[in-house]
Design a protein. Structure first.
Length: 288
């Protein structure tokens, strides 16, 4: 499906071209539009209220709306499982539920699919994506420790995650990595620029980078996108704050966008995807 780029290749343009392979396949050569499928609260989490059949139906419905609107790909994510537990504290019931939901979404839509399991369930997400035929995962905390709203994320994920990918034979699953991730304090790494973080992520084997604003729905700084691209030689996605008004400007800098809040009913991430909002986003992105 894709080829890993040599980190910080001697010829940055050659390395960038290799890294772009999986994104070009994803979007048919255009800038990538990736929509979020926010799965309802899963069994065992505080807000859990729906049985599995309803969770599946809801996720399939949102994914189908995104496909019909013209999105290139989706990310299936357990956004409603707040407050999150992190990493090894994520239970097998979450992995099982996400596997079933992701499989049914893939069967129903046949869309290019990523997986994210919050919080910090990167190896969990890798296993789900590998089992369900997903093309990529969204990874928190790939490089550098930081403090997030769920607590201290004390260890970088890259070493263990890439070893797990090799161990289970999941090299066909790309890893798109948040740098200076949202919903977090970065005082521990305040002496590092976003370019420094991007350079480190490339050195440790990321396939793409994700730049965001400070919170869900907050717009990213275009200067951060440009700095991350130059420092890493990797394709950069914008992972928050995308609207019809700014998507063109963001795609002028980035290779793709990940959209959640603005395509939901009333612009609230908690709500189902609004077909008219999703179509308006695609129209604005493809304009011209």
């Amino acid at each position: 499906m894709y080829r890993l780029s040599p980190p910080l290749a001697a010829d940055p343009q050659a390395g960038y071209a290799l890294a772009m392979d999986w994104l070009r396949e994803l979007s048919g050569g255009e800038k990538a539009l990736i929509g979020m499928v926010h799965v309802g609260a899963l069994p065992g989490t505080p807000a859990s209220a729906m049985p599995m059949p309803r969770l599946i139906d809801q996720a399939v419905r949102d994914a189908t709306v995104l496909k019909d609107a013209g999105f290139d790909a989706i990310i299936v994510e357990n956004m409603h499982d707040t407050p999150y537990v992190h990493g090894s504290a994520i239970g097998p019931e979450i992995v099982a539920a996400m596997s079933v939901i992701a499989r049914e979404v893939r069967r129903a839509t046949d869309m290019t699919m990523g997986v994210q399991i919050l919080s910090g369930g990167n190896r969990h997400a890798l296993g789900v994506a590998h089992a369900c035929g997903g093309e990529f995962i969204r990874c928190e905390n790939f490089v550098y420790a930081h403090i997030a709203d769920e607590g201290l994320l004390a260890e970088a994920e890259a070493g263990a995650l890439l070893r797990e990918r090799r161990r289970i034979g999941a090299e066909a699953v790309a890893i798109a990595c948040d740098i200076r991730k949202k919903h977090a304090s970065h005082a521990l790494t305040a002496d590092l620029s976003i370019g420094d973080m991007a350079h480190a992520a490339a050195f440790f084997g990321a396939d793409a980078l994700i730049v965001t604003g400070a919170w869900t729905g907050r717009e990213a700084n275009p200067a951060d996108i440009a700095e991350a691209k130059v420092a890493s030689g990797l394709p950069v996605l914008v992972g928050s704050g995308i609207t019809p008004k700014n998507v063109g400007a963001m795609l002028a800098e980035a290779e793709g966008v990940i959209v959640g809040s603005s395509i939901k009913a009333e612009g609230d991430w908690r709500n189902p995807i609004d077909p008219e909002r999703a179509e308006a986003l695609v129209k604005a992105a493809r304009k011209g």
